[in-house]
Design a protein. Sequence first.
Lengths: 572, 105
Amino acid sequence: MDSGIKHMEVNQKSFIGGMNLIDPDTMLNSAQTRETNEDSGSGMDDQYRMCINGRARYGEVIPVETSTQQIGLPVGRNQGGITIGRTVIVFISGRAYYQLYGSNAWSQIPNFLMSAVAPRLWAIAIPSSNFNFVRKSVDSLNKPITINADVNISGNPAGILVQDNVTQAWLIEFNQTAQIFVARLTKTYAQWANTSTVPNDREYVPIGNQMFFLNQKLYIVAPDNKSIYQGVTGRPLDFMVNIDVNGNKLANESRGKADSVSFNFDSDEITCVKVVNTPDSFLYATARYIRVIQLDYNNTILGEPTYRTTIIVEAGIVNSESATYILGDYAFVDNDGIKSFNAVQSVYVEGRNAVFSRHLSKLFEGMEQVETSAISFNNYTLFYCRTTLGDAIVVYDELRKNWTSIDITRVTQIKQFLVMADGLISRLYAICENKVWLMYDGVTRESCQMWLPAMTPEDGKSEHKGQYVKPFFRGGLTSGTLRVVEYCDEQISQSLTRPLNSSVMAVTYPVRPPVVPSNIPNMQSPTVVLDTGLTGKKLAYVIIWNTDAALRSVQTMTSEQDADAAIRQEIN
Amino acid sequence: MTATISISVTPLTDNEIWFANAAAWTNYWDGVSGVVTLTPVATASYVSSPYNNSLAPSQITIDADVHVLATHAQLMSLKTELQVLNASYANLRTELYNAGLIDTP
C-alpha cells in the first residue's frame, strides 16, 4: 500500500450539459459555469469540453450514423433543391432531378432547363390562385382597387416556382394523370394578358432569386438584391400589380413592371428574406442589419399593403440558407458567429440580439463566415460554418438547449440543407458543391471523440499522473477500437488503443431452468491503464471509439506526485 | 527538366488542434488548387550538314554502254551528313538522360 500518495478519482456519469468551450477546461462543472449555462437545465458534472460526431441528449454519448452519398445523379454544378411531401428535387447544371421516398432512382424532369452556370437555383412551393377576379385601379393609387366579382378569370395553378436570377422562371407541376412531374416556362410582362379566356393568361413572373410566401402574396428578391418584388394577393404567379382603370397592364413595360411597386429598406444587398412568427411580418436581412418588416393594410397602393420596419437588429445574415427557427427564436449565422433574436418579444420591447453561441466562441475566433447553411432537424439545429477546426456542422440540441457536438465528416461544402418530414418519416439531405448526401442514414457510425473536462490536483503545488481511464459503454452490435489520448499540460502524453468487442449481457439473476442465453447486446468496457504518461499540473483525456456503443460514463484516476520528483516535459 | 508546384491551401490558425480527425484532414485538401510550372530541358540546337547536291556523278562508257558511278566526293558528302546526324542524336539522348527523362543514354 502506497503511503502519502493522494489519488484523485473523477467520475463523469452524464453528458447532458453539452459542450463548453468558453470556460477554462478545468472549471467546466463549477458553480460559476452553471451561471453561464442557465438555459440548459443541466446539473453538475455533466458538461464536456468537446464532442465530435456524437449526440448526448439522453445523458450517454452515441456516435452519429454515417451519411450516404447519393448516386445516380449526373456530375455537374449542384445549385440547390426542394422537398415536397415525400419527394426531393435537386437542381444540377440547370436541370432538375427528383427522387421519391422509398426509391433510389433519380429521374429527370423533362424540358426543365435553366442556367447551367448560375451559382444557385431558388425554389418555392406555391398554392393555386384563389383571387380569380379582374382587378382595376381607380383614380388614386392609395384607394382600394375595383374588383369585378362577377367575372371569373383563369387562375394560376399550384406548383414549384424556380428562379436562377438570370433567366425566366420555370414552374414545375405534378401531372396527376400521368403521375409525373412536368415543367414549363412562366410568362413574362409581354405575355401577360387580360383576356380571361386563355389559361394562365394573367401570369407574369419577374426574374429574381430568393422568394417567400406571406399572406397569400409571393415576394421575389430582384436580381440586383437591392429590392423586393411583390405579387398580387391571392395570385402567386401574377406580378402585374400596376394595372390601369380597365384592368390592363401599362403599355410601357418600364413603367408598369414589377419594379414599379417594389420596395427596399437598405442600400446594402439583401442576403436573406424569410417569414417570421409575428403576424403579417417577414425578416429582411443584409450583411449588417436584420429588420422585421410588417405589412401595413391601412395604407395600400393599388390594393396591396405597404411596408414598415418594426424592429432593427445590428447583426447580419450570411446568405439565404443561414437562418432558422428554434423554439420561438431565430438563430442565424452572422459574419463572425451564430446569433439569435426573438422576433415576437423584440416587437414590443427593445431588440434583443443574444450571443447565442457563447459556449462555442473559441471555435469562431478569427473565422469569417462566407458559405454557411442552417436547418432544424429532429429537434437539433445544425449550422454548417467555418470553425477553427475547419468547415464543420455545429449541432444545437433544442430540447437540452445546449451545444452538443461538432460534426466533422466527409460531408463538406454544403450549400443547402433539405428536410423531408411528414410525421412518419424524417430525412435530411445536404446539397454540396458537387455531391448530394443523405445525412445520418448509413448503417455504420462515425468515429466519435469525447473530450472530457481537464483535472488539476487540489493542492496547487502538486502535480499528478494518470493511473487509469475506464469508460463504460452500453449496447452496441459491432466491435471496433477504443483509443484513449492523454494530454498533459496541453501536450499529448500518451495514446493507447484497446479493442472494443461487442458481446451480450449475462443471464439475469436468479438463474433458473430453462436457462436462456441473453441476446441483449452489450459492449465490453476495457480499463485503460496509463503507465507511460507524463506528470503535470493538468491532465485531460479524450475517448475515441468507432462502434455503435453508447458511452455512459467515464471513471478516471490520477495520483499526485511530489513536485520535486516530477518529470514534466517543458514547452519550449 | 525542372518542375515547380504551387498549391493554394487555407491558412491554419493558431489552435490546439488543427485536424480533429481524418475527415478534417481530407476535407482540408479537398478542392485544393495548384499551379505546376515546367521548365524545359536545355538542349543544344541541331545544326545540320546537308548533302551537297551540286556534286555530279562520274560516267564511264564500255562498249557503247554508259555507266553512271558515284564519286568519292558524293560518298564523302553523304557520310558527313550521316555522321553529323548521328552525333546530334547521341547528344540529344545524353541530354535527355541527364535530365532524367529516359533511363539509358
